[in-house]
Write a protein that binds this ligand. Structure first.
Ligand code: NDP
Length: 491
């Protein structure tokens, strides 16, 4: 951070105990603006390094992160409350994305020549991808390294400098990332971190960044998008989900139950792409419910997953359980007293009315609704009957792809859960209230660039079109050519 930071501070807390971990200086608006100015200056030299130069730097960062995997794993675990194993897995996946972005940016973003068409056959048409300049990344607390790295790595590899605002619930992870980058950075201000609460995020969206990549709630995403609209800057929004699972008659029930349970309850249910609603066809519903409930009974909060990272989430989880109970849902596991002071016991609700909060709103807790359907068509229809559209999981031995293609969401796992997040070559993002834009994969690299079309004459032709001295012959030539090319009625 710059030297003149505001004296205002905020504290990070251990979600397991509530005890203060560390105080952080809040970056005030003047400093956010100054950091963005520094990042813009640095972006020129960062772009000048080229793909190979940036690749070397980013792969060196990968090495530093890998060498210090235990340290970052334990820091994430401390700030979020999740088990160290989960935190280390999260950091490992983030490193995988960084390496992929570094190695593939040159290939994906290289300039290429396009056909010019018969009318413009003498022109050479090229499209090159230009970095945006400075990208502002606003991160969440549930996966404090994996999620922002999906923007940071891809934006840096594409040639942008990055200013990152971590969540107020994971500031130390943000600082750690900045310090680790500084150990391998060829010069300063390529990757900077600002700290603070929601206001600091807002300062970033109002600063002179060229693009914002935001992960968090739909409510805040709309505020971010509105602010970006004022400056006409593009934005990537990775918001929440209400991810459905469809279990078909020909599903491997044991595997489905085991994986869906992990998807719903790991990380205390605080996973935007985690299972929240199951639609299981009647024929296999009893078997699925029996299996998943038996497995869920073995899960222990505090061992298999941590406390709610953001204490206010407990109220949301409680309200969803209470609402479902009041509307007539049955409980296969847990009940309205399952939400503790910090931890939530696993909750599985059955026959939950479709208008319940537990079906319509993101719960972000270790809870799962399971509703029976008369057919796969009904399951698909209910899965799509939501304002969200992030991810989904489909369990069927023979019809997985057919079902997946009918789901209104950005990512579907067939006979698996969440695995797409670990595959760096595929895009990640949603539709509807789950946001727009993509991180990860070639789409994620392109997201942090804009296309620049460059055309030039390859050779001279006797007919000139773009001049006031265009001849009657040229006009007739165009007419004849267009008729020849496009007048035929097809079918
Ligand atoms: P928010 O959307 O409020 O916060 C996400 C990020 O945006 C944080 O870094 C936050 O900073 C920042 N922020 C807050 N207000 C503004 C603003 N006006 N302009 C710019 N940035 C801002 O989410 P919460 O952390 O409050 O969580 C609320 C809900 O969002 C959860 O219950 C969950 O349902 C969902 N969520 C979804 C996530 C996902 O992965 N899609 C991740 C996290 C939450 P600060 O933390 O300092 O307030």
């Amino acid at each position: 951070m710059n030297g003149t930071d505001s004296l205002l501070t905020f504290a990070s807390h251990d979600p397991k105990t509530g005890e203060v971990l560390k105080e952080f200086h809040i970056t005030d608006q003047a400093n956010v603006n100054a950091i963005v100015v520094d990042a813009r200056l640095a972006s020129l030299a960062w772009q000048a390094l080229g793909f190979e130069g940036r690749k070397r730097v980013l792969l060196n960062w990968c090495s530093v992160l890998t060498e210090n995997l235990n340290e970052i794993g334990s820091l994430i675990a401390t700030e979020t409350g999740k088990p160290v194993g989960d935190a280390t897995l999260e950091a490992s996946l983030a490193i995988g994305h960084l390496a992929w972005a570094a190695k593939n940016a040159g290939r994906v973003l290289k300039s290429h020549v396009r056909p010019s068409g018969i009318l413009m056959f003498n022109m050479k048409s090229e499209v090159e991808r230009s970095p945006m300049g400075v990208v502002g990344v606003i991160g969440p607390w549930n996966y404090p390294i994996f999620t922002p790295m999906g923007s940071i790595a891809y934006a840096l590899a594409a040639g942008n400098t990055v200013v990152f605002k971590p969540s107020q619930f994971a500031p130390a992870v943000g600082d750690w990332l900045a310090h680790s980058f500084a150990t391998i950075a060829p010069f300063p201000n390529i990757f900077s971190v600002i700290q603070g609460l929601g206001d600091t995020g807002q300062f970033l969206t109002k600063s002179k960044v060229d693009k914002i990549s935001f992960t968090g709630s739909t409510r805040t995403a709309k505020l971010v998008a509105a602010t970006c609209a004022e400056r006409m800057i593009p934005v990537v929004l990775e918001c929440g989900g209400k991810d459905p699972v469809i279990v078909a008659q020909d599903a491997d029930i044991n595997k489905a139950a085991e994986n869906v349970l992990w998807s719903a309850m790991s990380n205390a249910g605080q996973t935007c792409i985690g299972a929240e609603r199951v639609y299981v066809v009647e024929e296999v519903a009893d078997a699925f419910i029996e299996k998943i409930t038996a497995l869920a009974k073995k899960i222990e909060p505090g061992k298999n997953y941590g406390p709610a990272t953001m204490p206010s989430q407990l109220g949301v989880i409680q309200s969803h359980i209470d609402d479902a109970a009041a509307k007539g849902a049955k409980f296969a596991l847990g009940n309205t007293t399952s939400v503790g002071e910090r931890y939530v016991e696993p909750v599985i609700m059955l026959d939950v009315p479709e208008g319940s909060l537990a079906i319509t709103d993101e719960t972000f807790g270790p809870t799962l609704t399971i509703n029976r359907t008369a057919s796969i068509e009904e399951a698909i229809s209910l899965a799509n009957a939501t304002r969200y559209g992030l991810a989904a999981s489909v369990w069927s031995k023979r019809h997985g792809h057919h079902i997946a293609s009918q789901l209104q969401c950005g990512m579907v796992s067939i006979n698996s859960v969440i695995a797409f997040a670990a595959i760096a070559s595929v895009p990640f993002g949603g539709v509807k209230d789950s946001g727009y834009g993509r991180i990860h994969g070639p789409e994620g690299l392109m997201e942090f660039t804009y296309p620049r079309t460059i055309i030039s004459p390859r050779f001279k032709i006797p007919i000139e079109f773009t001049t006031f001295s265009r001849t009657r012959f040229a006009d007739n030539f165009i007419k004849t050519l267009i008729k020849f090319l496009h007048s035929k009625v097809v079918g």
